[in-house]
Design a protein around this ligand. Sequence first.
Ligand code: ADP
Ligand code: MG
Length: 275
Amino acid sequence: MSAASITTVTTTTTITSTSARLGMMLTDLRLPTIKRLAGDLCAQSDKEGWPAHQLLEALLEHEINERETRRIDRHRMESSLSPDKRLSSFDFAAVPRVSKAQVMALTEGTEWIDRGANVLLFGPPGVGKSHLVCALGHALIDSGRRVLFTRCSDLVQRLQAARRDLRLPQELAKLDRFDLLILDDLSYVRRDQAETSVLFELISERYERKSLAITANTPFSQWGEVFVEPAMTLAAVDRLVHHATILEMNVESYRRRAAQTSGKAKNKTNTGSGS
Ligand code: ADP
Ligand code: MG
């Protein structure tokens, strides 16, 4: 065996053991993206003669970007938002009283979230309240915020159970990690003292600190049916509206209109083919 071939064998062995060690270190440091890309990027760097800092920057940039993507994916998973209810599929023309610009402003400038301001959506069933509030939630997740979507009655039950077990403060504190808590269908909460008072505690706890988005079929004037005591109703409404964007969606049900439109279209087709 010639001297040259001995050198080659030694070098190859060194490189292999170094990259195995590198792989282990990257696993220890929890840098999976760098681990995955190191081989290719090092090869590219050698081939193109990158200065060392360029290689380091490229590797770290990939790790940071993927880490952010994974974080957002996790936030979306934990949010319980319907995946397909997005702004891109929301037809603003169907709700002329809702200003698209105002909704877009809520998704773009999120200082209202820092102030713990609220969003309240009112309207009869089927007008797109849940869709629009989910879309808002998705947009906030995209901008790095944490959101939880829950049916109001489910959350009230969960808080009630927590209170029975003397851990209501802990349960409320757990909800603090969400920048926006969406309570869908407030009007469906049963009129019952225990239920409504946990809801009131939640509203008071988050007041001016953490945002709430609430959808309701009934206007404030009928919230007396949700909160048993008039004083509690007043205090809850007062806190909620103090810093709030209110979206009134008093139109006909989107589903019903869609069904009517497709019905008319079918009739037209039928008439057309018949004539
Ligand atoms: P609500 O919460 O007011 O009862 P939803 O948000 O559940 O109404 O809307 C009912 C259905 O109609 C959903 O499938 C929703 O995606 C759709 N929808 C309602 N309004 C719109 C809209 N403006 N653009 C697109 N889809 C809509
Ligand atoms: Mg709804």
